[in-house]
Write a protein that binds this ligand. Structure first.
Ligand SMILES: Cc1cc2nc3c(=O)[nH]c(=O)nc-3n(C[C@H](O)[C@H](O)[C@H](O)COP(=O)(O)O)c2cc1C
Length: 357
């Protein structure tokens, strides 16, 4: 097996073992304001969302995980089958393996085959050559291109990159050349207003914040090392903080919320902080291994029904309305926001848009 193939298989094994039970409850600082008079019926709740002007039937996607080995092809097939059945979008894992060895393209293409005309996201590193980015999109006839930023993971990997110069400029080149919208994403370390500013300057209009609180790739990588460094085990911004950091950019950018989103309530909270859709990665992989496709499907239905129920309780008929409900942020998240000059009073006191009566 090549180094990359070994790494892919190890990532899957470690992500399955990853035990999130030991982590603190990342969303407890964010509270939605209960509305005792929602004046709304369940059937009125509309889960559709617009991402860079394309309609998604539900605001949920399976985030980038794998490809490049046979085990990955099975995972991608099963997850794509669930995504297709329930209207989810789905991303493949980094396509770098197929860019250097076209023989493994099928392990990614299976996703497009199953999804037919559903929403599929290509995935490559943000320092990709422009031609390779275009090949990755073409390989899947992808609807969007995810460019991932994973530098703490690279630093922890013995064989990882150490030179992160020129990445923003490269992103701009890819945005200019890409036939589909580009989504810049983290891999579990979250983002900041400084990064959003650079991405906005590079022409990026959609960002997946992928914050701290869920799968931690530095932990995964460190388990592959003999010395098991814990340097970045607690590194980065939570998904809630990453979304709060984006408040000043909501007119110019769309945010996707991912990283540690585990329940329908987490989803509603992330949307209320500005996310237009929600991504999950680690949990669906673990469910697939422990309970098969049926377990993933049951969980997806629980998430979507739960999100509808929370929207009903808040009196929010649409994503737009859920994005404008009042939300109260306390604790460490509040401390962070206040010191960073993010206005939490406005989000706590805002009056929800009413699009339908
Ligand atoms: C096994 C595994 C492999 C991953 N591989 C990739 C990848 O190739 N490209 C990428 O952008 N993100 C990758 N990720 C990161 C996820 O897309 C996501 O950003 C991160 O896991 C946080 O979401 P979660 O807490 O729901 O798992 C991977 C995650 C897992 C669990």
């Amino acid at each position: 097996m090549s180094m990359r193939k070994t790494r892919k298989a190890e990532h899957i094994d470690l992500a399955i073992q990853y035990n999130e039970q030991t982590k603190s409850e990342p969303w407890s600082d964010v509270r939605l304001v209960h509305h005792s008079l929602p004046e709304l019926a369940y059937e009125q709740v509309d889960l559709s969302t617009l991402i860079a002007n394309r309609n998604w039937p539900v605001p949920l996607y399976i985030n980038a995980m794998t490809g490049g080995i046979q085990e990955a092809a099975h995972i991608n097939r099963s997850l794509a089958e669930v995504a297709k059945k329930h209207g989810l979008a789905i991303a493949v894992g980094s396509q770098s393996a197929a860019l250097s060895d076209p023989k493994v393209s099928d392990t990614y293409r299976i996703v497009r085959e199953i999804m037919e005309d559903g929403v599929v996201l290509a995935n490559v590193g943000a320092n990709v050559a422009v031609d390779d980015a275009l090949r990755a999109v073409d390989m899947l006839k992808a609807d969007y291109l995810q460019l991932h930023l994973n530098f703490p993971q690279e630093i922890v990997m013995p064989e990882g990159d150490r030179d992160f110069r020129g990445v923003a400029q490269n992103i701009q080149r890819v945005v200019d050349a890409s036939p589909v919208p580009v989504i810049v994403k983290e891999v579990g370390f979250g983002m900041s207003m400084e990064v959003y500013q650079s991405l906005a300057d590079a022409g990026v209009r959609v960002v997946d914040v992928s914050g701290r609180g869920g799968t931690n790739f530095a932990w995964v990588e460190s388990r592959r090392r003999k010395d098991k460094t814990s340097l970045f085990d607690d590194w980065g911004q939570t998904t809630a903080i990453s979304l709060l950091e984006g408040q000043a950019f909501l007119e110019r950018m769309q945010f996707l919320g991912s990283g540690g989103i585990r329940t329908a309530l987490d989803m509603a909270k992330a949307i209320s902080l500005g996310a237009s859709a929600i991504g999950v990665a680690g949990p669906v992989l673990r469910l697939l291994y422990r309970g098969g496709k049926e377990a993933v499907e049951t969980q997806v239905m629980t998430w979507l029904n739960g999100l509808r129920s929370v929207m009903l309780a808040l009196g929010a008929t649409s994503m737009r309305e859920l994005q404008s409900v009042p939300v109260v942020v306390t604790g460490e998240t509040r401390d962070w926001a206040e010191l960073r000059g993010i206005d939490l009073n406005t989000v706590a006191r805002r009056v929800r848009h009413r699009l339908r009566t």
